[in-house]
Design a protein around this ligand. Sequence first.
Ligand code: ADP
Ligand code: 5SP
Length: 543
Amino acid sequence: MSDVPDILSETIPRKSYFLGLDFSTQQLKAVVVDEKLEVLHEAAVNFDRNLPEYRTSGGVKKNGSTVTAPTVMWVKALDLLMDQLKITGLDFQDISAISGSGQQHGSVYWRKGVQNLLPTLDPTKFLFLQLANCFSIQDSPVWMDSSTHSYCETMEKKLGGPQRLADLTGSRAYERFTGHQIAKIVSEKAELYFNTERISLVSSFACSVFLGCYSPIDWSDASGMNLFDITLKDWDSQCLHMCAPDLKEKLGEPVATHTCLGPISNYFVERYSFDPSCQVVVFTGDNPASLAGMCLEPGDVAISLGTSDTVFLWLSGKPTPSLEGHVFCNPVDPEAYMALLCFKNGSLTRERIRDVFAHRSWDEFDALLACTPPGNHGHIGMYYDEQEITPKTQGTFRFNAFDQKVNTFEEAATEVRALVEGQLLAKRVHAEQLGFNIGESCRVFVTGGASNNRSILQILADVFNADVFTQDTANSSCLGSAYRAAHGLALKESGMFIPFNEFMANRRPNFTLLCRPRVEAAKLYDSMAARYATLESSILTHQ
Ligand SMILES: Nc1ncnc2c1ncn2[C@@H]1O[C@H](COP(=O)(O)OP(=O)(O)O)[C@@H](O)[C@H]1O
Ligand SMILES: O=C(CO)[C@@H](O)[C@H](O)COP(=O)(O)O
């Protein structure tokens, strides 16, 4: 037990629940925890399945390299989710604070005049009916978009090169980053931009709905925009001016990620019987929220296998952003940072290969993995169905044991293993190139939908030569949001700052050691990682 004063029970002694939400790519999810931070309820609304009227695939709509999601779909999902939570028997009165997260980089455009409407929503009506006409742009650009290449080039050039931009904002220019998405809107749909009163990220948009007024953007999610100075923790005026006029006013003042913003709006009090004093803690990005949900500590590596695959870790000390990957402000420690690598071709590519080679069945997919040995007899595959982020390339590349390019693999099992090994080797190779400490001394924590798949996790343990741990819920962004709600409220009530990891010391979530590396396989993957890196470089050189 820690000897740190337990500010949650000292400041909030009564029965208290905390609600955490996650507006991710394919679904809206919720978790409710009690005052011991133990999970009481979980709920989810899947955009494709539960809201087919919006015709999304994997939660998004694609038009070439432009990828969007209907903003109002997220609102309707919230209407459905709240009703689902009610049916679980949850008494909203017991919720003391809420927080949430959203897929990163996506943006929402509120039309002029909506700031007067948000506080006066009619509690007898669904939110989606009242907010349907509130967006100056109906379809929000999301993180899968790769249509802003020219805007990225312009910003890097004007700012003195990609490294200079990375030093300032934590990342070189990335197409999905919000600044470039905004620049594209100004250039292609100027009148819609000028009819916009406020621009939110997905996280701050969702937070605004609960707050009944525009929510600020938090430092951690702001770091995914190429607009935010991660050292000064403020918008960079040069970057803002390069993207759009009057952008600072449309974005509002950014705030620290533990900030308690105030009470929930009257709409939720009247419609769902929330306590009027229930507090809203600023929402953040889904990966930062996962870092909180996993209670990550310096030295641990987290891997999220959701729609995107991400690898991230806690960064102590002064960050040194490079030309690959991202540095974000840390969501739970205002002095620290986190590093992140994002791979666009994650679960959706695994699903495609499963559908083609394993009759749409994860069990069959696992069986195919089981009948091939680690190393796949030397076969290596790289599957970039969509333009990849890490590294920036597209296409399918297969190599035989002699490093020769081949068009197909003969067996379905070879294809399935090549996909999984290729995806996991890419994570190791790029993480090592960034200086992440991989190997026996590190612990790997996994989350996201595919972390339910033990066969994939065993290969992960072997490739990383590290123990792999999972949490009871694969929903660490929601969990992290619920924890952050409790932390933010406790800080507000106590009037003092206690670091999140100390606050969580007596209530850390359970982790299960699921897979350990097998010595022979780990040795084999050492040499395969070197081969993989060389083959990947050859693809990039010849593209
Ligand atoms: N048993 C499984 N094996 C591999 N992948 C799985 C399994 N179960 C679910 N998934 C994957 O999980 C993905 C959804 O993950 P999730 O973390 O909920 O995504 P997001 O948060 O981005 O919406 C699905 O696209 C699906 O492919
Ligand atoms: O672009 C990134 C991170 O930089 C993605 O990780 C998005 O944040 C989407 O998250 P998931 O829905 O895949 O969890």
